[in-house]
Design a protein around this ligand. Structure first.
Ligand code: SAH
Length: 372
């Protein structure tokens, strides 16, 4: 198992919890539900995985095993997995196959609040469930044991920060910043190398765990192409403003400059070209579909297109639910309120930047099928 740094989302159901502050991921996931349905309808290997109604053993029922990697505490994972199961069931019905049984594995780091996840499992669920603790950069399941893997907004988390970022002699030295947004090329290159190493591990392990013909759907934040600067997309703007808030705190003597210099967010937004070449390099999956989507499209549709983030403290709460852990560990729990207060004020001050940022194409949707 690879050693992996772990910063789970904020557990419980308090006001800063992930459960109460994951509407961005919810809308990001809704934006691709239709695409997931059509991928299953068109490409899921029902012939091999399901049993015909006429199967000779009357009690025989196929079991479809699904996993959600980086599921956090819910509720988004429940909705996403239910959508997958409903679509497989519809497909089974349309092909006169028996309704399969489903087993869903919810995976996240061991430090994830699995208690909240388990206690909020839908009451009326018609599937077997299990929690699987551990990093998805290591092995999680037996050989050829899964038929469907889903992972949404998790693979941007690197297994660790690239160590070169801390070396003052290196081109990747990242003093005064906490991310590669607005940083010299060498910094971004170091992140890209780490992502590529991590993805090699991820794809290698999943290739062993999925059955032949098994499907893997990945949804991740991305940049539309190499010509778009990271500082033009909402995530990049957030990381710049978080970095600026920390620099302000260092100037005010609340934290030290050295603490800022030695902190880097282990988060990477891949480009479609990069992802495509990593999948090809691994060689065990065919790319059935790859699309750039707008993570905010579902919300805009629901709210008549009017709502844009940046004009209240939703962004700060959303980011805090996901990142409080990593910042507390480095800067101390007692600094967190001030950090997110300052950050919240900056998101309001720079709300125009968010409004004019590029959202279309900042979410990568990719469907892979395991080859023979
Ligand atoms: N998929 C959920 C949660 C996204 S938050 C949703 O869409 O709402 C990202 C999750 O990925 C976090 O819970 C984090 O702990 C998890 N994660 C990050 N790196 C991971 C790793 N290496 N292994 C397992 N889980 C990981």
């Amino acid at each position: 198992m690879a050693a992996v740094e772990s910063y789970p989302m904020k557990g419980g159901d308090g006001s800063f919890s992930y459960t109460k502050n994951s509407t961005f991921q919810k809308s990001a996931s809704s934006a691709v539900q239709g695409l997931i349905c059509s991928a299953i309808t068109e490409k899921f290997d029902a012939m091999n995985f399901l049993l015909p109604i006429t199967a000779t053993t009357p009690s025989a029922t196929a079991t479809i095993r699904l996993a959600d990697l980086g599921c956090s505490v819910g509720p988004n994972t429940f909705t996403a997995m239910q959508n997958v199961m409903d679509t497989i069931e519809t497909k089974a019905k349309s092909l006169s196959f028996k309704n399969p049984q489903f087993q869903v594995f919810f995976n996240d780091h061991a430090g994830n609040d699995f208690n909240t996840l388990f206690t909020s499992l839908p009451f009326d669920r018609a599937y077997f469930s299990a929690g699987v603790p551990g990093s998805f950069y290591g092995r999680l399941f037996p050989d050829s044991s899964l038929h469907f893997i889903h992972s949404s907004y998790s693979l941007q988390w690197l297994s660790k920060e690239p160590k070169e970022l801390l070396n003052k002699e290196s081109e990747a030295w990242n003093g005064g910043r906490i991310h590669y947004t607005s940083a010299p090329r060498g910094v971004e290159d170091a992140y890209a190398r780490q992502f590529s190493e991590d993805m090699e591990l991820f794809l290698g392990e999943r290739a062993r765990e999925l059955v032949v013909g098994g499907m893997m759907v990945l949804i991740m934040p991305c940049i539309p192409d190499e010509t778009v600067a990271h500082s033009q997309v909402p995530a990049g703007i957030m990381f710049d403003l978080l970095g600026a808030s920390l620099v302000d705190m260092a100037e005010a003597g609340v934290i030290s400059q050295e603490q800022v210099d030695s902190f880097n967010l282990p988060i990477y937004g891949v480009s479609p070209m990069e992802m495509q070449s990593l999948v090809k390099k691994n060689g065990r999956f065919s790319i059935e579909r790859m699309e750039l989507t707008d993570p905010t499209s579902a919300r805009k549709n629901n709210e008549g297109g009017s709502k844009t983030t940046g004009d209240d403290n939703t962004i700060a709460n959303h980011l805090r639910a996901g990142m409080e852990g990593i910042f507390s560990k480095h800067f101390g729990v007692e600094k967190i309120d001030e950090l997110f207060d300052r950050f919240s004020k900056k998101t309001i001050e720079f709300s125009d930047k968010f409004k004019s940022s590029i959202k279309q194409g900042t979410q990568l949707f990719i469907v892979l099928v395991k080859k023979n």
